[in-house]
Design a protein around this ligand. Structure first.
Ligand code: PLP
Length: 368
C-alpha cells in the first residue's frame, strides 16, 4: 500500500475541508443499524437538518449517497413515464436534472438560461403555459458550474400557480446560505454534506413535503427502483425501523458534530461568514487582475467564479502547481466553461479568512 494522500486545503467546488472536531467524531466505534441509540441519534440529525432547510417536513433524512443520489432519489419518486416536467438549466447541474428526468421517462421541457446568469422566471411561466399539466418544476438553487444563485421563491410560486410540484437542488447552498424550504414553497430538495455542511462526502440530506410524499404514494405506476423508494426509506427511518440497508453510522457521527458546530455558531452568523469570506476572496482576486464570471447581484457566497486571464497559457498546470506546491485545491471550469473559468469554494470550514489569505498569497506568487 502506498501512503495515504496528503492533507489539502480544499477550496474547489467540493468537497471542502472539515473541522478537526468532525474528523474526531467520525473516529468513534460504529454501532449497528438497528441499535436503539442510533435512532436517538437519527432523530437529532433529522431535527438539525430541518433547521438547516428551515422546514417542518417530517420526511427529512440524511440519505446514504452523495448529492447525485439525492437528486435521483427525489426525481425517481416524483416522475413516472409520460409525466411532464419543466427543468431550468443555467449550468451543468441543471442539465443533470433534465438528463435524469428524461431517463425516468418524463416528457421534459428545458428552460435554458445563459450560463453565468439566473433564469428569468418569465421563461418558466412560458414553459408552464405551453404544457398540458406539468407535474414537476425543478431547478438548481446554487449552480456550482457557474457560481450563480437562482432566487427560488418566484419559481416556486409559478409551480404552485400551475399546479406543479417544485424541486430544488441545494447541494452548494445548504449550510452556507438560506434555503428557506417552507417559506419558498419547496416540495423536494436534495443536498450533499461535503460542501457547506462540513462533513466528508457520502450523505445527501433530503427534505420532502407532505404534498410530494402524497404524489409519490399515489403514482399511477409502481416505483421502478428500490433503494430510493421513499416509502421503504420511511419504513426504516420512521415507525417500524425495518431494515433497509446498513447505514453509514460514522458519517452520522460527523454530521452530528457538524450540526452541533452550526448550532453553536448560529445559522445567521454562518451565512454572514460565507458572505464575508467570498467578498474578501473576490476583492483579492480582482486586485490580482482577475475578472468575476457570474453576474453581479447573483453571485454565490459559497462558490466563486473568475475568468482565466489570457496571460495564463496552461490553466491546468497552474492548478496542479497550486496543489503540489501549496497543497491547495481549486476547480477548473465544467462542461462548456472548461478552460475558461476557475471555481473557488468558500464553503464550510474553508469559508475562513486565513484560508482565503493563504490562497490569495499563493495565487499572487503564481500569477506574477
Ligand atoms: C449543484 C450540484 N448538484 C449536484 C451535485 C452532485 O453532487 P455529488 O457530486 O455529491 O454527487 C453537485 C456536485 O458538485 C452540485 O454542485
Amino acid at each position: 500500500m502506498k501512503p495515504l494522500p496528503s492533507p489539502r486545503l480544499l477550496m474547489g467546488p467540493g468537497p471542502s475541508s472539515v473541522t478537526p472536531g468532525v474528523l474526531q467524531a467520525m473516529a468513534r466505534p460504529p454501532i449497528g443499524y438497528l441499535d436503539p441509540e442510533l435512532f436517538d441519534l437519527l432523530n437529532e440529525l433529522r431535527a438539525g437538518l430541518r433547521s438547516l432547510f428551515a422546514t417542518a417536513n417530517s420526511f427529512t433524512i440524511p440519505l446514504t449517497g452523495t448529492g447525485m443520489a439525492g437528486m435521483e432519489c427525489c426525481l425517481a419518486n416524483l416522475l413516472e413515464p409520460g409525466d411532464e416536467a419543466v427543468v431550468g438549466v443555467m449550468g451543468f447541474f441543471g442539465a443533470r436534472i433534465a438528463e435524469i428526468a428524461k431517463k425516468l421517462g418524463a416528457e421534459v421541457t428545458v428552460v435554458e438560461g445563459e450560463w453565468g446568469r439566473p433564469i428569468d422566471p418569465a421563461l418558466f411561466e412560458k414553459a408552464l403555459q405551453g404544457r398540458k399539466q406539468v407535474k414537476l418544476l425543478a431547478c438548481v438553487h446554487a449552480e456550482t458550474s457557474t457560481g450563480v444563485f437562482q432566487t427560488l421563491q418566484p419559481v416556486a410560486s409559478l409551480a404552485k400557480q400551475y399546479g406543479a410540484l417544485f424541486a430544488a437542488d441545494t447541494v452548494t447552498s445548504l449550510g452556507g446560505m438560506a434555503v428557506d424550504a417552507d417559506i419558498n414553497g419547496i416540495d423536494a430538495a436534495w443536498s450533499g454534506t461535503q460542501k457547506c455542511v462540513g462533513v466528508p462526502p457520502g450523505l445527501s440530506p433530503i427534505t420532502v413535503s407532505e404534498r410530494a410524499m402524497n404524489a409519490a404514494a399515489n403514482r399511477k405506476t409502481p416505483q421502478n427502483h428500490w433503494f430510493f423508494d421513499w416509502q421503504l426509506l420511511k419504513n426504516y427511518f420512521d415507525g417500524a425501523h425495518a431494515y433497509h440497508h446498513t447505514v453509514p453510522v460514522n458519517l452520522y457521527y460527523g454530521l452530528a458534530q457538524a450540526l452541533h458546530e452550526i448550532e453553536a455558531e448560529g445559522m445567521q452568523n454562518r451565512f454572514e461568514r460565507h458572505h464575508r469570506c467570498s467578498s474578501m476572496l473576490m476583492n483579492g482576486l480582482q486586485e490580482l487582475g482577475l475578472q468575476p464570471f457570474a453576474q453581479e447581484g447573483c453571485r454565490l457566497p459559497t462558490l466563486n467564479t473568475v475568468r482565466i486571464p489570457a496571460s495564463v497559457a496552461d490553466e491546468a498546470a497552474l492548478r496542479r502547481r497550486l496543489l503540489e506546491e501549496y497543497g491547495i485545491e481549486i476547480g477548473g471550469g465544467l462542461g462548456a466553461l472548461k478552460g475558461q473559468i476557475w471555481r473557488i469554494g468558500t464553503m464550510g470550514a474553508c469559508a475562513d479568512e486565513r484560508s482565503v489569505l493563504t490562497l490569495l498569497a499563493a495565487m499572487r506568487t503564481m500569477l506574477h
